[in-house]
Every structure is written in C-alpha cells, then in structure tokens.
Design a protein around this ligand. Structure first.
Ligand code: NAP
Length: 241
C-alpha cells in the first residue's frame, strides 16, 4: 500500500494532487476544514491553524493504518493561505499569527509527528512541502506570506541534513508550484494596488492565460515523486524541473 497524507486536499492544488494520487492507486488521506464532494479519498476535517488539532489528526490517520502493509508513505504539506496583504505597520497581529501558524508551524509540527510515527517503518518515506517563489523574492505587501514560505524552506533544509545523519531516513523536499489558477490567485487579484503593488502583474497573468492548472501541477508533483527526481533537501521550482 502506498499512502499519501495531504493537507488542504479539499481545493485547488491539494485537491488535484489528492485526485492524481488516488487515480494512481495510492491510499490518500486529506486534512482540511471543509470536505469536497465527488472524490473517493478519505477526508478528515480539522483546522490546521490549531496545533493540537493538527497533531491529533495526524495521529488519528496513523491509528487507521496497518504499518506492516505500507510500501511508501508521504506527508505532503500543501495547505496554506496568503494571509493578510498589507505593508508592515498596517497588519493585524492575530492575522500574522494565524497565517504563520498554518503555513509554517503546522508543517513543522506535522513533520515532527510524521518522523516520530514512521521511525520503525522501513520503506520509502518522504515529506513534500508546497512552498512558493515568494520564499526567495520579497513582495511589498506580502510580508506574512513571504516570511512563512522562507521559513518552510529552511524547515525543509534542516530536516534533510538531520535525516541524512540517520539510517532509515525520511526524504524532505520542497516544490514551488508556479502561478496556479486557484482560489488563492483569485484572492490575490482582488487585493488593491495600495495593499499590493504587483497586483496588476497577477491580473495580466490570468488575462493572458498564463496560469498553470492545478491538474498540471499535480501531474508534475507525481512525476517528480515517482521518478525520484529529487535529492534530500532539494527545493525546486516546477517551472525548471
Ligand atoms: N496558487 C498559486 O499560485 C500558488 C503559488 C505558489 C504556492 N502556492 C501554495 O500552494 C498551496 C495550495 O494553495 P492553493 O493555491 O491550492 O490554495 P487554495 O485553493 O486556497 O487551497 C488551500 C487549501 O488549504 C486548505 N486550508 C486553508 N486553511 C486551512 C486551515 N486553517 N486548516 C486546514 N486546511 C486549510 C483549504 O481547505 P479548507 O478551506 O477546506 O480548509 C484548501 O484545501 C499553498 O501552500 C500555497 O501557498 C500556491
């Protein structure tokens, strides 16, 4: 049995990845606040901006698994949000906390549990983090998002060097999906130029049909995974692999 545990499989990129892996005969568990209809993978509802809920949920998933039957297992940290868009000095501190919690702390917390819970498991084990080009390019108005993704990349790199030191390691990589036609992009296009100077660029990408579809990204992620294209600690942009 090949297992995928994905966060945010109810919508956008996560939904497309969950569907692709299900099609490819993986056993998929998705964790998100809402459930989507007409899909055959398991959906568990949880608010991943709440640490206890995140930990309890991954433990519940593992309690349902027969570890002896697993030939590969992946934690795919995909759930994320853009958070409040505005310049620093004009942000709500609770919103800062909530987005960093979801985009950064939860992937680290889930990775910590995943590594613990799979310690005795001898098979292909990996963590894939969905990061963003915003991790390395500062955008005015996106301090929360850019910070959260830069930290996620560092989480990826640290886990990788730690796991390189142990036997039976977990591979940890991060993937930037490009600009993808999801609700997150719709939210970006709705921001005002006062809050986000680059908004026109993102509107033009949509108008010119330059956005990737979630399905394209899902197929790419699946290929990268199945063809073992990445080394531990790699952080890659889908546009260049
Ligand atoms: N779209 C892009 O252009 C783009 C570019 C670079 C990186 N990314 C990254 O790709 C990932 C997916 O983004 P997307 O564009 O597919 O966004 P999306 O369409 O808004 O989907 C976000 C997913 O995350 C889940 N989620 C959000 N808040 C949650 C919470 N508090 N608890 C549990 N689940 C939560 C949502 O489910 P519920 O609402 O049901 O909870 C949904 O399934 C994100 O990490 C994003 O940063 C996207």
């Amino acid at each position: 049995m090949n297992v995928l545990i994905i966060t945010g499989g109810s919508n956008g990129i996560g939904k497309a990845i969950a569907e692709k892996y299900t099609l490819e005969k993986h056993t998929v568990f998705s964790i998100s606040r809402s459930k989507t209809t007409n899909v055959s993978y398991q959906q568990i509802t949880a608010d991943l901006s709440n640490t206890s809920e995140a930990v309890n949920t991954i433990k519940t998933v593992f309690s349902e698994l027969d570890l002896n039957a697993i030939s590969s297992i992946t934690l795919l940290n995909n759930a994320g949000s853009l958070g409040e868009v505005n310049t620093v000095g004009n942000l709500d501190f609770e919103k800062i906390q909530q987005t960093i919690q979801l985009n950064t702390i939860t992937p680290l917390v889930l990775s910590n549990e995943f590594i613990k819970l799979t310690k005795e498991l001898h098979c292909k084990k990996q963590i894939i983090n969905i990061s963003s080009g915003a991790a390395t390019s500062p955008y005015s108005g996106w301090s929360i998002y850019c910070t959260s993704k830069a930290a996620l990349d560092m989480t990826t790199r640290v886990i990788a060097i730690e796991q390189n030191e142990v036997d039976n390691d977990v591979k940890c990589v991060a993937i930037y999906p490009g600009v993808v036609d999801t609700n997150m992009q719709a939210a970006i296009r709705k921001t005002s130029e006062k809050e986000f100077k680059n908004v026109q660029h993102f509107k033009e990408l949509k108008e010119n049909n330059e956005l990737y579809s979630p399905e394209f990204v899902a197929t790419k992620v699946y290929q990268i995974d199945i063809q073992n294209q990445l080394e531990n600690g790699d952080i890659v942009d889908i546009r260049t692999v």
